[in-house]
Design a protein around this ligand. Structure first.
Ligand SMILES: [Zn+2]
Length: 304
């Protein structure tokens, strides 16, 4: 039988020789907090840094030196892609001079490459606020596509860090089993939301609405971050009372146009999170969004 002392000495010895990249935690850079949550579930030991917070608009980010430094040291990066980060990510990639996070590298993962994209079109009319040439990049709510995305991410982690391959495989399986259960739970819970018509901002929740059978019938702020014109707002206030049920905006968006429309129509306004809060899992974001929509719908119904 080993004595405790011998075992400790043995562990110290192994630790001392094993100074190789394989025992170091992976350094991961993500563009948005939802991918930090997603990757934390797949690689719990990794050190993950998110370029943006839940309060920031991911279309517009300053490519500041601290971000370049974080990108320089990353082993893996994950972003939404489909041009969501076109205004800042390419500059970070170029300035970091890190081969691991250049486009085409296995360690540069774009979520939208593995999602069934909505709103892809050949012709882009930017005058209508349509800034997404390659389809809607707000894929954090592409609920069903998180399963294929999980397979891809698990595989990549195993390839890039084979010494921990088994750990990644197990955590990937765990994530997918849990997600499948949650998908069933959400489908059932969110059934009353089916057919709900919303006035929203931009196309932030396009995937969520598609998934839950909801519809965004009008846009308060078609171009992200650009205040709507008065004539645009006036046209919305002329919407028929039955034309929509609720006004939705996201935590990083300007509430004032939503309030303005509320005053003229008497409809309820709900603020939804755009992404996870720090330390939250992606499933908790979905829980919150569905709960918030349901409670708003209930209070709207009580008022009527
Ligand atoms: Zn967008």
């Amino acid at each position: 039988m080993h004595s405790k002392v011998t075992l400790t000495k043995w562990m110290v010895a192994v630790g001392a020789v094993a100074i190789s990249p394989s025992v170091m935690a992976l350094d991961i850079f993500v563009c948005e907090p939802e991918w930090k949550a997603f990757l934390s579930a797949h690689a719990p030991d990794a050190s993950i840094y998110s370029a943006t917070t839940a309060k920031q608009d991911p279309h517009y980010v300053q490519a500041r030196p601290s971000l370049i430094a974080k990108m320089r040291q990353a082993d893996i990066a994950m972003c939404s892609g489909a041009d969501l980060e076109i205004g800042w990510l390419p500059m970070l990639q170029a300035r970091s001079s890190n081969a691991a996070i250049q486009n085409g590298a296995l360690s540069m993962i774009y979520a939208s490459d593995y999602v069934r994209m909505l709103d892809t079109h050949d012709h882009v009319d930017r005058s209508h606020g349509d800034i997404h040439e390659h389809g809607n990049p707000h894929v954090q709510f592409a609920a069903n596509d998180m399963i294929p995305l999980s397979f891809v991410v698990s595989k990549r982690l195993q390839m890039l860090d084979p010494s921990n391959g088994q750990t990644y495989q197990l955590h990937g399986m765990k994530f997918r089993a849990h997600w499948r259960n949650k998908l069933n739970e959400w489908q059932e819970k969110a059934a009353p939301l089916k057919g709900t018509q919303v006035v929203g901002y931009h196309a932030t929740y396009r995937y969520l609405y598609e998934w839950l059978g909801m519809e965004q019938v009008a846009d308060l702020e078609p171009k992200p971050g650009i205040s709507p014109t008065t004539s645009h707002l006036q046209s919305l206030s002329k919407l028929d009372e039955d034309a929509f049920d609720v006004i939705v905006y996201s935590s990083h968006q300007d509430r004032r146009p939503a309030n303005w429309l509320q005053q003229r129509t008497g409809k309820h306004v709900v603020e939804l999170p755009l992404t996870v809060s720090d330390g939250e899992g992606l499933d908790q974001l979905y829980d919150k969004v569905i709960d918030d929509l349901l409670s708003t719908l209930i209070s709207s119904a009580e008022k009527d």
